[in-house]
Write a protein that binds this ligand. Structure first.
Ligand SMILES: [Fe+2]
Length: 483
């Protein structure tokens, strides 16, 4: 059974192909259209998907008619009534016919559980909004998922966080990760006011519908303090949800939905002692549901190996050439092998740099030109992680940069340390990515340092590099070699 899974007309369109239990390919639309967070599919990604066809079935990641009932309720009448807002209308131009629709949270939960190493687990999904559901808890065993609890729109932790993202001058449904980074710089002085005006706990509820934002709530506030306040409230709400999930008795948690990308919250949550093992698919947001809807339809564990599932650039991983560039120029781009499926560059579409010393952050920022307060992430040999970072108690490794962790040797690596002395760590083992692992091993043998600074390889304002031409364009624009 060869199946095509699709997520589109949302904030990050994606496609995936599964054959039996093997994930053959999965990719983000934006990497082909060069439109960041592209909502729609395009011929380039569709044509690449079709090289894996023909397909026995096409599955879509949510139920559009059910979504329209929520849009009616929310007063989004023109969207709800528009035929052009139906996915089948968009897919017709590519000659694609949807055979099956899966509920939004069922796609999220299946993306998590059926790629996890667990036979039995509790599955917690938290996102902004799909159809109606915003939080769901399911119990999973023997390839069956049984829903136990659901919270519905307008009570949405994701919408609350997005409303604050907007309030702080950032783009909602896209730049929540920047708000999370800002939170380290603020004081939680608006926490009580957030509870007073917006949030009830146990069960989680919003006191007002925040779908259209907060307007000028506390206009005098420093945005860093707002960021810290909402981050702390979010962590407390999530801690309650993790607690509820733990009541079902499993020590294995599958955590899904876009909110699971909040790696600073994940650090706190994974230290609560509620679970022994945690699995978060590297693409827990809606794009990952292109795999999830297939898994939900087939009800079968997939053979998860790694997130390198996208466009392929042929060739050996350029270990020696990368070391040479790092030694001579401290910085180098890598565009090799299959592209990462997920928001993080994990070694195949990465800008790498020597993390040691004071000047490297400014050097990399000269290219990335992002806010000065944002540090870069460290990639470290898995066997050395405990010597440099204190991982959360329920986390043995973090190959997909899903948790922040305090750095015990922060002053040696200022470029990869956040203001609060944590880093968004990527551990690298041979099975995660043999080429990148070999590179780190060789780098350590040469320098004694098992860490490389790893940030995404992209031209400012554009999605991560996908193909050879993108790599060449990066090299030409910035004068940094891409191998
Ligand atoms: Fe979602």
């Amino acid at each position: 059974m060869k199946i095509l899974g699709i997520n589109c007309m949302n904030h990050d369109a994606a496609m995936a192909v599964v054959d039996g239990t093997e994930i053959l390919w999965a990719a983000h639309s934006e990497r082909y259209s060069k439109v960041k967070n592209d909502h729609y599919l395009n011929w380039a990604i569709v044509n690449e998907a079709m090289t894996y066809g023909p397909f026995d079935k096409v599955v879509y990641y949510e139920k559009p008619l059910l979504k329209k009932t929520r849009q009616f309720y929310a007063g989004q009448y023109s969207t709800a009534l528009s035929y052009t807002e139906m996915p089948q209308w968009h897919l017709e131009r590519f000659g694609i016919k949807i055979d099956e629709y899966v509920k939004h949270h069922d796609s999220h939960a299946a993306a998590g559980y059926f790629t996890s190493p667990f036979d039995e687990a509790v599955v917690l999904t938290v996102d902004a909004i799909g159809e109606w559901d915003t939080v769901s808890i399911s119990v999973a065993k023997d390839n069956k998922l049984e829903r136990k609890e659901t919270i519905q729109y307008p009570h949405s932790l994701g919408i609350l966080y997005s409303a604050f993202t907007h309030r702080c001058g950032l783009k909602p449904a896209e730049e929540e990760y920047i708000l999370m980074g800002m939170s380290a710089y603020g004081k939680p002085i608006y926490k009580d006011d957030i509870y007073e005006d917006f949030v009830e706990q146990n069960p989680f509820k919003l006191k007002q519908n925040l779908h259209r934002g907060l307007s000028d709530w506390h206009p005098e506030a420093d945005v860093m303090d707002l960021a810290r306040s909402i981050q702390d409230v979010t962590i407390e709400c999530l801690a309650n949800l993790w607690q509820r999930a733990s009541k079902y008795g499993s020590r294995n948690l599958v955590y899904a939905g876009g909110v699971a990308l909040n790696c600073a919250a994940n650090q706190v949550l994974a230290n609560l002692g509620l679970f022994d093992n945690i699995w978060i698919i590297p693409n827990p947001g809606d794009a990952g549901s292109s795999i999830g809807c297939i898994a939900a339809s087939e009800k079968m564990h997939l053979n998860w190996k790694h997130p390198f599932l996208g466009h392929n650039i042929e060739g050996e991983y350029p270990v020696d050439a990368v070391i040479k560039e790092l030694t001579e120029n401290k910085m180098v781009g890598v565009a090799n092998g299959r592209a990462e499926f997920g928001p993080r560059a994990l070694g195949n579409r990465s800008l790498l740099a020597d993390p040691r010393g004071q000047d490297i952050k400014d050097l990399v920022n000269g290219i990335k030109k992002r806010q000065k307060f944002r540090p870069f992430a460290p990639a470290i040999l898995e066997e050395d992680v405990n010597e440099y970072f204190t991982l959360p108690t329920a986390v043995k490794n973090t190959p997909y940069m899903q948790f922040t962790a305090p750095c015990v040797r922060g002053k040696d690596f200022p470029a990869i340390i956040h203001y609060d002395n944590t880093s968004r760590v990527q551990t690298v083992s041979k099975s995660d990515n043999p080429g990148f692992y070999e590179l780190l091993k060789t780098w350590k043998a040469k320098t004694g340092c098992p860490i490389l600074l790893n940030t995404s390889l992209n031209i400012k304002g554009q999605p991560i590099v996908n193909d050879v031409a993108d790599g060449k364009a990066f090299e030409k624009k910035y004068g940094v070699k891409v191998l």
